[in-house]
Design a protein around this ligand. Structure first.
Ligand SMILES: *Cc1c(COP(=O)(O)O)cnc(C)c1O
Length: 361
């Protein structure tokens, strides 16, 4: 059988070791006689799974003690509403949220936030990250929202190690759905970080929220209780039933990440994988990537064939070689290779070999 490499943008590839372990534990977790799916979320077995997952994620991202980690449901998109619902309760009516618009995901965030607040686009570009010196911020804005890796447009923040310089007067909220755990970050620079799990963490259905604890308890009255960050935090993500199986798989991924050498090692690998792939795309004009080199995503690599009439032939040839899910997002067309933490460099090399073969090099 051809070796399969899955380049899906999400839900995406998971480490083989994790899936193998989950399969072995499917019917009987650690001699409990139960599948993880069948356990009470308040029982000692699941509580041990939950605590380990929380502790390992805290260790991997060096999350400071004054931050809470929430395991929620609803996906990354729901956070576009839940963040304003949770942060605007103590703000005057008509408060403004600043946004950096860098592509499709920040566009969705802007649209949703407009239901709850005034929105100001402080800077915009979909082929680069506007330099921080050019951001036109609103004095007294409730917060600044940024999508630090645009999954569709392939634009990733890359100044100051990928993290904007912290500003005392600006509260940063970051959607890190598609690159969390792929690079070292300084959590203390942010008020809120959120990420849907299905890109770099685990199965769809879990959403991670990391929030500085002084921001809890500021929800608007209309915020649904099950999505009130303070209630979720006070109940260790068990105000209502959490996505237990997804948390279990995420926990196995965290263990896998630790065994591989943690986030610094993932960053080293991501740099190597991205360099290999972009070099093949840049060799001549057969393929094109339109993002400014400094902001090219290490996780999501969109590219176009110069001759787009060959798109179907490219995808068919890729599939025949076991290179799956390379079709670009429907809104932008072309191709996209997502090379998350669980994609081995061998998979990127196989794609590069095919890129060269298809280009007749
Ligand atoms: C995938 C993604 C989302 C949306 O996640 P859902 O779970 O589908 O709601 C949000 N933001 C970014 C950057 C993403 O890549």
């Amino acid at each position: 059988m051809t070796h399969i490499y899955n380049f899906s943008a999400g839900p995406a590839v998971l480490p083989k070791e994790v899936l193998t372990q989950a399969a072995a534990e499917m019917l009987d977790w650690h001699g409990s006689g139960m599948s993880v799916m069948e356990m009470s979320h308040r029982g000692p077995e699941f509580m041990s799974i939950y605590k380990a997952a929380e502790r390992d994620l805290r260790e991997l991202l060096a999350v400071p003690d004054n931050y809470k980690i929430l395991f929620m449901q609803g996906g990354g998109l729901s956070q576009n509403a839940l963040v304003p619902l949770n942060l605007l309760g103590h703000k005057p009516a008509g408060a403004t949220i600043d946004f950096i618009y860098t592509g499709s995901w920040s566009a969705k965030s802007i649209k949703e936030a407009g239901k709850y607040a005034n929105v100001n686009i402080a800077a915009s570009s979909t082929t680069s990250v506007p330099p921080q010196s050019e951001w036109r911020l609103t004095p007294g804005a409730a917060y600044l929202h940024m999508c630090t890796n645009e999954t569709i447009d392939g634009v990733e923040y890359d100044f100051d190690g990928g993290v904007p310089a912290a500003r005392q007067d600006v509260l940063f909220v970051a959607d890190m759905s598609s690159h969390i755990l792929s690079r070292v970050i300084d959590v203390s620079k942010y008020g809120v970080i959120f990420a849907g799990a299905q890109k770099n963490i685990g199965p769809a259905g879990v959403t991670i929220v990391i929030i500085r604890d002084d921001l809890l308890g500021q929800a608007l009255p209309a915020c649904p209780s099950a999505f009130d960050f303070k209630l979720v935090a006070d109940n260790e993500s068990m105000y209502n039933t959490p996505p237990t199986y997804g948390i279990y798989i995420a926990g196995l991924v965290f263990q896998w990440l630790k065994a591989q050498g943690g986030v610094a090692e993932m960053e080293r690998r991501a740099k190597a994988k991205a360099a290999l792939l972009y070099a093949a795309l840049d060799l001549d004009d057969f393929y094109q990537n339109r993002v400014a080199p400094a902001n090219r995503s290490r996780m999501n690599v969109p590219f176009y064939l110069k001759d787009e009439s060959r798109n179907e032939a490219f995808l068919a040839g890729a599939k025949a070689r076991g290179l799956l899910q390379l079709k670009g997002h429907k809104s932008v067309g072309g191709m996209r290779a997502s090379i998350y933490n669980a994609m081995p460099i061998e998979g990127v090399q196989a794609l590069v070999d095919y890129l060269n073969e298809f280009a007749g090099r």
